[in-house]
Design a protein around this ligand. Sequence first.
Ligand SMILES: *[C@@H]1O[C@H](CO)[C@@H](O)[C@H](O)[C@H]1NC(C)=O
Length: 316
Amino acid sequence: MYREQLCSLSPSSLLCIFHRPRVCFVIKTCVLISVVVLVSLFIRPLRNTLLYPVWPKPWKHVTTIDLLMMETMTKGPENVVDLPQCLTVVKQTVTEKDPRLDAIFIYDKVSETRLKSEDHKHFLPVMNGKEKRSFIKMFLVLAESLQGAGVKFFFESGSLLGSQRHHGLIPWDDDIDIAIHVNDWLTVRGALSCIEGYVLKVDPIMHWKFYGNTSRYPFIDIFFYTGNDEYIWAITDYTRRNLVAKKSEVFPLSYELFEGIEMPVPRFAELIARKFFEFDYCVSRSSNHKTGEPLNEITLLCSSLTYMYNMFHLDK
Ligand SMILES: *[C@@H]1O[C@H](CO)[C@@H](O)[C@H](O)[C@H]1NC(C)=O
């Protein structure tokens, strides 16, 4: 009775609006829909279908509760940027003549003049043989220094795909991504900061880079992960869509030839790579690593590129 009196005096007051039958119906429907959506976010198959276009592929296998746990429990170390005291520069022993570098894949003969389609120019090799040789040499320096310091690492992201589909670098790409446990960050900083001819760039968001002392290109990306009993996941927010994996599928690490050199990969490397990537579809680079400028990504069936490069594990 009181409400009706009030509403006849001021029909636009908030209380009255909420009690109009139509408004009330709309609100109830909205609340109901929100509850249904919220609940379905926690039902994995429903969530994956509902969010299909935006949901990162590696997350499809992880429950929403686990993802929330990863979001809230992830904290990087502090004091990372207090630059390391490099008292003695460490000489490194890998030379340009190292015989291990003779096995790397060189694509100098893949040239623009022979392309079967205009689109294929986005898939030309980015590095020539000489550049690639010195890049893989840099990677060997890093790998030996880490192994010498007792630090385990493995390929992730594009390099994991490369290790499986190309047994090396993705030919039209030019960086290497590795993952290391965050507990090793201090050891990594010590092991990689003082190497003659190279620079380690550390960063509090825990996306580090290793490159030559004369140019920041090409570089090796170092990402750190943390974990619980079941999963490992990236410390760096934007990498968490590429680096979330079941511990039992990653460890113990296995060893495979990468550019002809034995290197550590996750235990079930192909399985993990397939959870992250479509093996049959080749995607061109998303940015120019030399200049940082973004590039238009082009996607093609990899089988159309096999006249340029060897590819492994394709289905189509
Ligand atoms: C890079 O490292 C080499 C080898 O230690 C050294 O001779 C050279 O001076 C360094 N260059 C720069 C720009 O620091």
